[in-house]
Design a protein around this ligand. Structure first.
Ligand code: ATP
Length: 275
């Protein structure tokens, strides 16, 4: 199977500091990769390279066997821990912005029928992420969990094929986090999407991922650390394999339904290392 993302012998250096050292990974289409590792080991830098906000110092990144686009594009969406949405736009305005970027490259605006269709789609998406009735609210009037739902809706509006998540749920209370995990499972199950998520929370990594990948720097004397970058030191495919399957529409409303776990069968999403 063709990998959605191929990272081949990638190094990333900032000045004298080597952040990532010879990282290679093949990520299959529809995989949900959870990236874990100590603070400062380069997880966000790795994600930013997958978004093309940073370029590798050496090595190559391919998306669907082609060199990755040099700039961020609609194929890749991202949600950060905070501040992914625009505070001066309503919830609906924030989601519509995704459509305007994707659908009207020349003007950045949509008009007439295209705009009406986009509004309808944005409203439907807001309902699906559990924000029906919140369309006209500004982000400051939404709770942290609702803001992350909104950020997810904004990213999904552009129909990305790759969704990058940088500790998207890290700032949420445990109860809210569990609810939004239910939504995340639904999104991954029902959208044709490959997910790469950075998290500090191992139970989140193993609870959501099809594969858990750890970045670590080799241990050594602290004064030598800048001379070594982080590498992939662990790579677990979840067993039994977890595979995306469309769930009932109700689960997108955000309830974490432990009584209805997703089926786990053979997982084409988990390619072995180096395949
Ligand atoms: N644009 C930049 N210029 C210089 N150094 C940078 C830049 N971006 C990241 N770094 C450095 O790269 C290292 C890795 O940072 P990064 O944010 O990728 O780590 P992380 O694993 O995501 O950390 P955390 O878990 O704390 O978020 C850090 O030492 C950071 O200071």
């Amino acid at each position: 199977m063709t990998a959605a993302i191929s990272v081949r012998n990638v190094w990333k250096e900032f000045g004298d500091q080597i952040v990532l050292e010879d990282v290679s990974i093949e990520i299959a289409p529809r995989a949900f990769v959870a990236l874990v590792g100590p603070s400062g080991c380069g997880k966000t830098t790795f994600l930013r390279m997958l978004l093309s906000q940073e370029q590798p110092s050496r090595g190559t990144i391919l998306v669907d066997d082609r060199p990755i686009a040099k700039e961020p594009d609609a194929d890749r969406g991202i949600v950060f821990q905070r501040y992914s949405v625009f505070p001066h736009l309503t919830a609906l305005g924030n989601v519509l912005l995704g459509a305007e970027f994707a659908g009207a490259k020349a003007t950045g605006r949509l008009f007439g029928r295209a705009r009406a269709a986009a509004i309808e789609e944005a409203r439907a998406l807001l309902t699906e992420v559990g924000l029906a009735g919140q369309e006209e609210k500004y982000p400051a009037a939404l709770s942290g969990g609702m803001q992350q739902r909104l950020a997810l809706a904004q990213a999904l509006m552009r129909k990305p094929r790759i969704l990058l998540l940088d500790e998207p749920f890290g700032a949420l209370d445990p109860g809210i986090r569990a609810e939004i995990h239910g939504l995340m499972r639904y999104v991954w199950n029902s959208c044709d999407i490959t997910v790469v998520m950075v998290t500090h929370d191992l139970s989140e990594a193993f609870g959501l991922g099809t594969r858990v990948v750890a970045f670590e720097r080799p241990r050594g004397r602290p004064e030598e650390r800048a001379r070594y970058g982080a590498r992939i030191t662990r790579d677990f495919a979840l067993w039994p394999p977890r595979r995306p399957t469309a769930l009932a529409a109700s689960s997108r409303s955000g309830r974490d339904d432990a009584a209805n776990p997703e089926p786990r069968r053979d997982d084409p999403a988990a390619l072995p290392e180096g395949s």
